[in-house]
Ligand binder design. Sequence first.
Ligand code: CA
Length: 741
Amino acid sequence: MRALLAIVAIVFAVAVYYVANRPADEVPPAPEATQEAAAGQPSPEPTIGLIDDERIKNAESEPGNWLAFGRTYEEQRFSPLTQINRDTVADLGLAWFKDMGTNRALEATPIVVDGIMFFTTTWSRVYAVRATTGEVLWTYDPLVPREWGRRACCDVVNRGVAVYNGRVYVGSLDGRLIALDAGTGEKVWEVDTIIDRDRFYTITGAPRAAGGKIFIGNGGAEFGVRGYVTAYDAETGDQVWRFYTVPGDPSLPFEHPEMELAAGTWKGGNWWEVGGGGTVWNSIVYDPDFNSVYLGVGNGAPWTRVIRSPGGGDNLFLSSIVALDADTGTMKWYYQTTPGDNWDYTAVQDMALADMEVDGEMRKVLLQAPKNGFFYVIDRSNGKLLRANKFATVTWATHVDMETGRPVENPELDYLEQEQWVLPGPLGAHNWQAMSVDVEAGLVYLPAQDNPLIYGMNDEWKQTGLYKRNPGGWNTGLEFGRIAQLFLDNVDAQPTPKGYLKAFDPLTGRDAWVVEIPHYWNGGVLGTAGGLVFQGDALGMFSAYDKATGEALWQFNTYTSMLAPPITFEIDGTQYVSILTGNGGGDLFSGEAMDPVATPASETYGNYGRLLVFKLGGDAELPIPSPVDKSIPEQQLAEVSEDEIALGERTYNTYCAVCHGLVVRSGGAIADLRRMTAETHQSFNQIVLGGAYAGKGMASFSDVLTEEDAERIHHYVRARAHEDREHSLGNTDDPRLTWLN
Ligand code: CA
């Protein structure tokens, strides 16, 4: 704790001295706001041409449009446009921007077709705007029940829509797949994709469309669910097929033959009660060369394999890339990146398809940099592993054995007996923030990170050998209840978190160049034939780098942080680059940055959900915000024992830290509880147990917490606030500060 406090003191001394609360979270819309025309004068009907399979297959013939999630079916996110290039980029300026009315993360990749931009914001809301001006043509709000916010591990985000055959498709946070009329935004059909609504399933990923079908998965493995992907008829919403990624209750028949194969790799334990995991929450890629759909499959539930499958086994299809026949959902091949996943190493990260010469032979390959830190090159015709090079610091495994295709784990970092810092941690060496593939240069522009976690087994399991599912919270099998203590007890051995933009050669494993970014959690990437690599970062800079050298040729200060990938398009002879801003997503847990040099702009200036669109000669200006007030009010401290506070800390870490941040320090997207007003303190139990803020996404926890629990959490929060306040004021001799030692 002392080491931490020393850092805190430095942070306060160096950082700007802040004054007010964070912007309040957005207010939910009135129910009648489901469908609204643009304010003011009526807009002419947008007329977009039909996007069908042929048009997406031939996307290279219309580089001005961004027709699909990764631009084309190959999902390389590399644009042939060249008007904005090394020589002209200095003249790039803001053409227009739009405040999206949210201070939580925006993660979407917009689709741009025939002058119209389609994108999503928080709570799965859909927008169609004129891409040259931002004029709103229509909006659609699926009215996600706000209590679903508690069911989302990683913020109330959405990564975008599919536009296909005159429709716009969106998955809602509460698990519905919705088809809208592309011209009007009116709902055409809606289906419930969730097999068990008592489980904490969510959808944050973009649907994919091909062959008359819409493909959608879901998230929720941390809470304990079973993963699957469903294909729906694009026209009617009828289910065509469903592929489960992990086996279910062994007393029930297998849903499809692949489940029999998978079940043989799960041994002992009651994984189906927790759920097993394997959610496909991000990447689903259609391959027209083979009429395949590739699923990027997530981590196990629980994370720890000794609880999940105590008899060992690979636990198929966790952390795997699974190739299915797009028409039938029958499996063609699979490759498992992390057999017996023990670390939350999802393989849901974006997959790109390419034709590439490997060892003197042209191959149709699939490229993926999943969380586990190895960059995979796989032959799409048969699933054969061609390369597996490390692209970041990896300590859990020494290498991948190319004979067997299996990683060789590092036994020294087994955390069964002893807590261990492991790299990568659960945020991965690469997460959902998309990469860009430059086939001509043979390089991938990759947002990578070194970001460790201290892994340690669940205390109750260590004492009793038993693990009981927690239906209202996380089910990782790790010791989240006292993770702050683990962290602080071992902080001296913590590897420093860092972020990188890398130009990485997937065949040799070498970096052509590396840009170091002080904060690890940065945005997705776009490459262009103009010789540029675009990325928005945590510190607020939207940058264009020379793709040959990594030199920053242009930077624009957004005064907030970015996660979403930029895109580019061209309308009437003008090339545009756009990006959505706003921080959060899977990194709410880490909370406030400890190092002033690595402090995200969203913490310093506020978290602004905006759409920014740039062109050469653009001269629009963003308002420059004042630094956020970070002062902590004086606390009314009750006379309570250290034990009470320790119990409050444990409960806070189990239920609250995942959103409100480790040691009660929020990263900015969610309210910082150290800065609660007197009124909020008064209503604490009504908020935590009574659901008073359910409309803001803070649902009641009365199903898992008692009044006594809530009071203990409250004492702990006050004690932490008091501690940080006193240190910020240079008061270190208050005896009550020893409470938290
Ligand atoms: Ca996960």
